[in-house]
Design a protein around this ligand. Structure first.
Ligand code: SF4
Length: 169
């Protein structure tokens, strides 16, 4: 019997748009017979974050101490780590305001209310763990997802995709 590739999808601080893009792809259904989805909280509540996987797809920027621990754990448990989308690859929009303090940003969004949360500046996943492959975009295009996942599933390695900053580039 074919050994299925074990896959995990993990989310850090993000809008969940990359996962949504993936979840809406009909083509994904054709790949699923070759894969076992071990962790994907967005579509499966009984997900297992601590389970070893062959490929870990990570969406979102690292923005809390808990997320630092989570990405380290994901790295320990995964043979291949893929950063998915601008947040995971570059830190995303939430990492742009580097000239303002966290306190200032916090008050802009939450005022002086009582929201309890200890954020840190949003950072790319690669600032904390080794990333093996990147899928660019916000969210990535379906064809880039398909190319990467499909290539991994047949036991090969996808080429890096040049990602222009604008379509005319
Ligand atoms: Fe959302 Fe874009 Fe970040 Fe994906 S890269 S989680 S679509 S903001």
């Amino acid at each position: 019997m074919e050994k299925k590739v074990r896959i995990g999808f993990y989310a850090l601080t993000s809008c969940y748009g990359c996962q949504l893009q993936l979840a809406m792809m009909d083509e994904l259904l054709q790949l699923l017979p070759h894969a076992e989805i071990v962790c994907w909280f967005m579509v499966e509540r009984d997900s297992y974050e601590d389970e070893p996987v062959d490929i870990a797809f990570i969406e979102g920027s690292v923005s809390t101490e808990e997320e630092i621990e989570l990405v380290k754990k994901i790295r320990e448990n995964a043979k291949i780590v893929v950063a998915v989308g601008s947040c995971a690859v570059h830190g995303g929009v939430q990492s742009w305001e580097k000239d303002k303090s966290l306190e200032e940003l916090w008050k802009t969004v939450y005022g002086d209310g009582k929201v309890k949360f200890e954020p840190k500046m949003a950072e790319p996943v690669e600032n904390y763990i080794k990333v093996d492959y990147r899928i660019y975009g916000c969210p990535p295009e379906k064809k880039d997802f398909l190319y990467a996942i499909g290539t991994f599933l047949v036991g090969s390695w996808p080429e890096d995709i040049d990602y222009p900053v604008c379509v005319e580039c």
